[in-house]
Design a protein around this ligand. Structure first.
Ligand code: NAI
Ligand code: MG
Length: 792
């Protein structure tokens, strides 16, 4: 045979990885696993077991316990008992354990890789070269954060007992993303792995035992969604961290609404892979292999939508098909395969259901000519071309090896198509033109943007979603905030600070006030849609004026004005700062009048009211200063990239103000939102609205663009509910009652908007430790991580 022929016909023989150590581990437990609670292997009191299979050949691997309510209760109690000692160990003390875990994972990396590959069906090449090295990296990186916690986050403390629920697509990697930061920050955990893939979590528990991790710091409770729900609803749990389907994410959010439990959700996606005509198409093809055939496409951030510029579409399709023809599929333990089995028959059916729908919809389908291996859950790599944007397969997360392609002509169309999804997890941009790539990156609504790369991860970078892909970040400094809370929160009282009412009744001066306030929408004073007004009285019960009673229609108009106004968000931080300084100056020159109004409404002495105005002016100055200083980071990841962490405005931010401190409460919330470039719809103090309704004059004289601030007065809880439900509001802050907070969290579930509520607790707005600072800015922004090739 000639060499050239060998190159053409070269075939691979099987290269199976030896699995005997993995089977030995299963045998050690007689293929029937107990739970890991309080540092011990404990039999489940349910005595119900779930079988777990190897999807490459459908053979049964083991049985795992189905954790009962009592098991969950035991685990939560163990975690609670372990908490104090774990916190008191200090950051460096905890770091030692995290390093030890990282080393153990490296030492047993082959066993982890093989067991993961057996249980999940993913190629051992991936678990060996990607999953498990990233797991070790995550523990190392967060061991470092543990040692640095006291220096880097001095104002923060642990959250407490964390309930963590993870999916089956990256079982060990998701475990490390959850456990490493939680432990580093001094929390203890109860983790439930996915029912299809619990084995590596149990191997991990074995390792924790060997490392001598204090009992109860990590508890592993296996089981299905019912066990998960027990963890979510257990009153002893202080935070839930969930990765999985958007559907379950919504159930979880609803069920803990108002409980005060912290929550981070990493949900589904339908991420775009955008190819411009000047891209290097051969690199693009390899990028696509990584983007959608990595892990059989069962990746939350899989680029499952290919958007390609029309001029190169046909050429690219034919290159992709050629590459698909060469992809090798087989038993996950074969070191020479590209694609393994999908996790389970149910997932195979889901994928196939979508593909059938795609065909029914009349889309062009293409699959390689080779046959899938028999006897396992193998699904062929699939390409749909020229798919309309509204088609089901272009909108729904398929979570399988299915790429859906469509074309665009110009850049704006590419951005519109990319953002035409309810999700916002990731995006991948391909072009040889750096100007174009960096012009498109900020326009994409997604938490991660990869430039000329795809599916790159590292512990030093954050990862997480915009929109219905969830909220919260995992990895990087930004991820730590999911596992800490401000120490100051302990000081927030249940009851509003008492207002000192003046001994003498404030003189009522009818000529000095506009008795009929109006809404302020899109830069104009607007009468309420309802035609109703609400009388406002002073503490002695005297009528002092009236405010419009806002309705859903008013909120809708305000959101429309806010969403339609782009000038504020596109200004530089420096330019926004100028406007904010101008606001401070203009308030300064009218300080007396504003103080008198506060005294009139609240009954405070003029002295106290003057103090409120003075602090308000200081606060505006401080946020003006922050407008160009709360900037991001460049993360030190392990790839040849600069990974930018850019805080971006949420977009349209709804704000519901506290009743107390009518001017300072209003400005302490409005200003950080504005400084970060949000457009705001704000509901002022229900009791004392006139400081806010007068403020429109200051906004107008200070050159605030129309639509950047919209003020709607009325019954705060009703307006908060309308805002929570509204799909074009991206975030909502609520400072009101405990019940109101619960309602906001529950109603915000459907649109998955970020919420920040006070659970009925109060702040002393005059105290800058309560009413000012970085936490306001953090809640006004979300981090976008942008990976740009660098030094490669
Ligand atoms: P799932 O969301 O049901 O499962 C994820 C985890 O949540 C598992 O550990 C499960 O036991 C647990 N769980 C289920 N119901 C629960 C409940 N009511 N309360 C608490 N925990 C609960 O995902 P599933 O059914 O395995 O996959 C369905 C679809 O979800 C996939 O086809 C895919 O589209 C999507 N998915 C997305 C993932 C992501 O990384 N974004 C990961 C896994 C699935
Ligand atoms: Mg399995």
């Amino acid at each position: 045979m000639k060499i050239s022929e060998i190159f053409e016909n070269m075939t691979y023989g099987p290269a199976p990885e030896n699995a005997s150590e993995a089977y030995k581990f299963l045998d050690k437990f007689e293929k029937k696993f107990p739970l890991f609670i309080n540092g011990e292997w404990q039999k489940s009191d349910s005595e119900v077991f779930i079988k777990t299979f190897n999807p490459s050949d459908n053979s049964e691997l083991s049985e795992i316990s189905s954790g009962s309510p009592k098991d969950v209760d035991d685990a939560v109690k163990a975690a609670k008992n372990a908490l104090e000692a774990w916190v008191n160990l200090g950051g460096i003390g905890r770091a030692k354990y995290l390093y030890a875990i990282a080393r153990q994972i490296q030492k047993h990396s082959r066993l982890f890789a093989v067991l993961e590959s057996l249980d999940n069906g993913k190629p051992v090449r991936e678990t060996r070269d990607i999953d498990i090295p990233l797991v070790a990296r995550h523990f190392y990186h967060h061991a470092g954060w543990a040692s640095l916690m006291e220096t880097e986050l001095p104002d923060y403390q642990e959250v407490g007992v964390i309930g963590q629920i993870i999916p089956w697509n990256f079982p060990m990697l998701m475990l490390s993303w959850k456990i490493a930061p939680a432990l580093a920050m001094g929390n203890t955990v109860v983790l439930k792995p996915a029912e299809f893939t619990s084995l590596t979590a149990l191997l991990f528990a074995d390792i924790c035992k060997n490392v001598g991790l204090p009992n109860g710091v990590i508890n592993i409770v296996t089981g299905d969604g019912k066990t998960g729900a027990e963890i979510v609803n257990h009153p002893g749990v202080d935070k839930i961290a969930f990765t999985g389907s958007t559907e379950v994410g919504k159930i979880i959010r609803k069920s803990i609404a108002g409980s005060g439990k912290k929550l981070s959700l990493e949900l589904g996606g339908k991420s775009p892979f955008i190819v411009f005509e000047d891209a290097d198409l051969d690199s693009v093809v390899e990028g696509i292999v990584d983007a959608i055939w990595f892990n059989q496409g069962q990746v939350c951030c899989a680029s499952s939508r290919l958007l390609v510029q029309e001029s190169v579409a046909e050429k690219l399709y034919s290159k992709i098909k050629k590459r698909m023809e060469k992809l090798r599929m087989g038993n996950s333990l074969d070191k020479c395969i590209d694609i393994g089995a999908v996790v389970d028959q149910t997932q195979w059916n889901t994928i196939d259901g979508y593909v059938k729908k795609g065909i029914e919809e009349g889309n062009q389908i293409w699959q390689p000519t080779w046959e899938c291996p028999k006897g396992g859950q193998f699904y062929p790599p699939t390409l749909f071309t020229d798919v309309p944007a509204a088609s089901i397969i272009a909108q729904e997360e398929i979570f399988g090896p299915v790429l859906v392609a469509m074309t665009f002509r110009h850049h704006k169309e590419a951005v519109n198509l990319a953002n035409n999804t309810r999700y916002g997890l990731a995006a991948s941009i391909w072009t040889e033109n750096i100007n174009l790539a960096l012009d498109i990156a900020p326009q994409i609504k997604a938490g991660t943007v990869w430039i000329n790369s795809s599916n790159v991860f590292d512990a030093a970078s954050g990862f997480g979603g915009y929109r219905e892909s969830g909220f919260g970040r995992e990895g990087g400094k930004e991820g730590l905030f999911e596992y800490v809370k401000p120490k100051i929160e302990k000081e927030f009282p249940e009851n509003a600070p008492k207002v000192k009412i003046s001994k003498t009744k404030t003189a009522f001066n009818p000529s000095g006030i506009d008795k009929t306030a109006k809404h302020y929408i899109g830069g104009k004073q607007v009468r309420p849609d309802s035609g109703y007004s609400i009388n406002i009285t002073n503490p002695w019960g005297d009528y002092i004026g009236e405010m419009p009673e806002g309705t859903r229609k008013d909120i809708r108009n305000a959101v429309e004005a806010a969403a339609g106004s782009t000038s504020w968000g596109s200004m530089t931080g420096h330019a926004r700062a100028q406007v904010l300084y101008f606001i401070a100056e203009n308030l300064s020159s009218r300080a007396k009048e504003f103080a008198e109004k506060i005294a009139l409404m609240t009954g405070q002495t003029l002295n106290d009211a003057e103090k409120e105005v003075e602090v308000s002016i200081q606060r505006i100055f401080a946020y003006a200063a922050y407008a160009d200083k709360y900037d991001g980071q460049v993360h030190s990841t392990t790839s040849k990239n600069v990974t930018l962490a850019m805080p971006e405005a949420l977009g349209v931010l709804g704000i519901v103000c506290p009743d107390e401190n009518p001017l300072l409460g209003f400005l302490s919330l409005l200003l950080p939102a504005l400084a970060m470039g949000n457009n705001v719809v704000i509901v002022p103090s229900e009791k004392h609205p006139f400081s806010a309704t007068d403020f429109y004059q200051i906004l107008e004289t200070s050159d605030v663009p129309a639509g950047a601030v919209n003020i709607i007065t009325g019954k705060k809880d009703e307006l908060a509910s309308e805002m929570a439900k509204h799909f074009n509001i991206d975030g909502l802050w609520y400072f009101g009652s405990k019940e109101g907070s619960e309602k906001v969290e529950a109603l915000a579930t459907e649109s998955m908007k970020r919420t920040w509520v006070n659970y009925g607790k109060h702040r002393n707005w005059l105290d800058s430790k309560h009413g000012f600072g970085e936490i306001f800015l953090r809640n006004a922004t979300q981090i976008k991580n942008i990976w740009i090739p660098y030094g490669a």
